[in-house]
Design a protein around this ligand. Sequence first.
Ligand code: 3H9
Length: 704
Amino acid sequence: MSDKPLVRYETEDGIAIITVDNPPVNALSPGVPEGIIDGVRRANADPAVRAIVLIGAGRSFIAGADIRQFGTGRVRPPIGQRSHDILDASEKPVVAAIHGFALGGGLENAMGCNYRIAARSAKVGLPEVLIGILPGGGGTQRLPRVAGPKRALEMIVSGRHVPAPEALGYGILDKVVEDSADLRAEAVAFAKSVADKRPLPRISERSDKLQEAKDEPGMFDAMRKSIARRARNQKAPYNCIAAVEAACTLPFQEGLAREQALFQELENADEARALRYAFFAEREVAKLPDIPADTPIKDIKTAAVVGAGTMGGGIAMSFADFGFPVRVLEVTQEALDRGMQRIRSNYETSVKRGSLAADEMERRFARIQPVTSYDDIADADVVIEVVFEEIPVKQEVFGKLDAVMKPGALLLTNTSAIDIDKMANATKRPQDVAGSHFFSPANVMKLLEVVKGSASSPEVLATTMALGRKIGKISAMAGNCDGFVANRSRAPFNTEMAILLEEGCLPEQVDKVMVDFGYPMGPFAVGDLSGLDIGYAGRRRRAAENPNYRKLPISDRIVEMGRHGQKTGAGWYRYEKGDRTPHPDPEVARVIKEVAAEMGVEQRSFTDEEILRRLLFSSVNEACKILEEGIAYRASDIDVMWLHGFGFPRYRGGLMYWADQIGVRAVYDQISRWHQQYGERWAPAKLLRELADSNTPFRNAKAG
Ligand code: 3H9
């Protein structure tokens, strides 16, 4: 560790400057709040100092408390002696100078100051709810006082990062300066201009904006109601609301005490532990043990997508949404028109819902250019193939791409299961080929699974990982095998879903268990949404390749009846015309019984827990095999993939983290029992047995 001080103190022309210097993001690690407190006391004691500036060194102001310190039992100073309390009590004016991020404890300290100025590109927010806690440093009490309770509720319950110009409009900031300006010099000048102004404006002493809650006392219940579905099984969002409510009903000091009590209920709860784990897992996933950190990254400015189906359109939107011009290729005009129409109508839905402004939609749509000839995409920096999942079709596309694309272009395939090398070998530049597997709907789901072909160059892989981040995705690396990491680990879950039906479950029963667990939709309803014919084609391919492949006769019968999901008005559920609500269908129940009888499988009833474990344990076992084979780097990468590819509830950490809560030994024992009962598909992975024998948590498992 360097012995450079975490907080520096200097004076300049009567202004004390307190600089937090704790790279990379100036988190409030031990020593930082103490350094701020020392600086404020020193400045107040020095008659030559007239005002104080609090600023961050490096790329940010302060990104909040040090998340690694939560749950460690570290004793925090009592109310009145915390850095924001001391800033608030300063007798000389304090100006916070914000660039980069002022998040969580960062914004809380800034709100303890008398004034806040920020660079135009800065962002402020109280994102604590996203790690299962609430702003416990006065944020729930000061934000409603400065921005009004309604805005504070919205910001604290969503945890969103608010751009500086918007924060200025809410009254959180006093001034925004251009990024080209010298923020420190601006802050010093500002401090001089307010040095003699008295009384000092203190957010803690304000109550004018709290009137809003008196005029509209129902706002807290309305907020609770509006988050009921999204926040089910969680406590932090509700404690956030309760704390803001306290700000509106209690004097400031009592409000702080209430905030503290509500914070303490959360810090060590399972929810916060799981969310902290997810936060760090999402950062870990970017680290590639076998690719040097200094691998050059290609500059990607333009993209092309081959195939304008639902997935191709979603991928094109992902690029357009982040400012990339993208060409979409279909060889027939009709398919191209249909694809562009689908993109347009997806954007229109967002505009109707209010999540996208109409002019922004036009800007994004204009970035997507439809073309019908390969020559028209030849100069793109990256091309993503999104055609039908059949090897010869894909190989033909890659042959054409090889012929037209400029040298050095990234040639990516969105296949969800096919061996990347089959496509790479259809070109004379296999080093430029890799997998870029998006998840449905591609413009919404955040996971980008980057798949290594055997010849993919480190440069292509590192560039694809970085490209994912540039289009707002979380990139995760996977090895090349059937289904890669995400779909392969999920496949046994899909198999068990169908087998549960043979044994007596109904789709609506399984879906309810998974929705209660925290998924946004049940797996059968998701199947209907994405289309059941894709899985059907995959099963046929695998059955042809592998004579021992476990057939799923009920799933096959449903598809063979023409029930392909929402797009045909029926799948596992039936749908009314123009409506996406799934309705349980007695016809499906009849087919299930009929096929089960043909198979000679006895039907019985299931508990919710048995359903949940049958589905998820099967995937945990497969995930162990994936790690054992070195297809994924870390168990936590698999968790990140489940969170962002499949909608696994974040407050449960991820598949492997969740399994740890049950315990590796208990999982192993159950899987072993099912192995006895059901045969080979439940054979425990070697790694699972080793973890159980050594009592090593799943989350610590790494590639074998
Ligand atoms: C809080 O403030 C509670 C208070 O109310 C008081 C209660 C009493 N702590 O994300 P990046 C690390 S709760 C520790 O890749 P970016 C991160 O792990 C806190 N470490 O950069 C990574 O390390 P490594 C409220 C942190 O530019 C490195 O910094 N605040 C923290 O993509 C770079 O991070 C938040 O929740 C932290 N607080 O994004 C904000 N923050 O290199 C959390 C970062 O070893 N942070 N690290 O992998 C963020 O959202 C993003 O990091 C940020 C920068 C947007 C700031």
